[in-house]
Design a protein around this ligand. Structure first.
Ligand SMILES: [Zn+2]
Length: 250
């Protein structure tokens, strides 16, 4: 097979893959959203695309579905360019993707959010879909608290504080983008954003009032600490973590 990305494939090859036992499909749930003055709007979608690609290869017999390139980003709307959809819209898209892939014969349909604002809506619709399709495994990784905790652990292991690593456009996402598409990273604009404690209280404040309640430049964390090698480590460890979480549900 030349590729596992169905967006790049034709129907006979997709049909043959399904017949040969490719019974799982994985889809990233990304965003079109500001990522500070130094990263592109596609950051979450690109990270999701790469992450789901490596997860698919590690799981084996898994195709990669087209990334959902837009998500729930209302809390970023004070920054130019962000496109946000309603929770209900995201739920409908995930539901319609699932219906399509069930029809084509996939047994495991796996959604991986790469943007914090998508976790809650995705988790809710996944629960409904599991009831709706009892003969399939509709899987979605929906635990945002644990996901952020894993990212923190990876940062701390590399000598970066959780605050510098940051929950948005800080060291961790900037490192990953340096590893994936360095030409889109504007290094001259690296500057720390909010680097205080980012717990549940701060997260809820950002979600309800918008990011500017905490950060003027749209950054949580410190991109000046970023480097591409750390980006590769984040990607690999997040892949390993998500593979083990998905396997629990397969
Ligand atoms: Zn992001």
């Amino acid at each position: 097979m030349k590729t596992i990305k169905i967006f790049d494939m034709n129907w006979p090859d997709i049909g043959e893959a399904i017949e040969q036992g490719f019974d799982s499909i994985i889809i990233a749930v990304g965003a079109i959203e500001q990522h500070g003055p130094h990263l592109p709007l596609k950051t979450d979608s690109l990270i999701g695309e790469e992450l789901t690609h490596s997860i698919a290869k590690k799981l084996g017999k898994t195709l990669q579905g087209p990334t959902i390139n837009v998500g729930c980003s209302e809390h970023h709307m004070e920054f130019p360019g962000t496109v946000s959809i309603l929770d209900s819209t995201l739920k409908s898209i995930i539901s319609d993707y699932t219906q399509s892939f069930v029809k084509h014969g996939f047994k495991n349909i796996i959604f991986i959010p790469s943007h914090g604002g998508n976790f809650a809506a995705m988790g809710e619709v996944i629960e409904k879909l599991q009831e709706q399709y009892p003969d399939n495994n509709v899987i979605g990784y929906a635990d945002l608290t644990k996901y952020l905790e894993i990212i923190k652990q990876i940062s701390v292991e590399a000598g970066i504080t959780a605050e510098e690593g940051g929950a948005h456009a800080g060291e961790n996402e900037t490192s990953i983008m340096l590893a994936l598409e360095e030409k889109l990273v504007v290094k001259e604009r690296f500057e720390p954003g909010y680097v205080g404690i980012f717990g549940e209280k701060e997260r809820n404040l950002a979600f309800s009032k918008g990011l500017k309640a905490l950060t003027d430049n749209g950054v949580f964390g410190d991109p000046t600490k970023a480097n591409w090698k750390a980006g590769k480590v984040y990607l690999q460890k997040l892949c390993d973590f998500l593979v083990s979480e998905i396997k629990k549900q397969m």
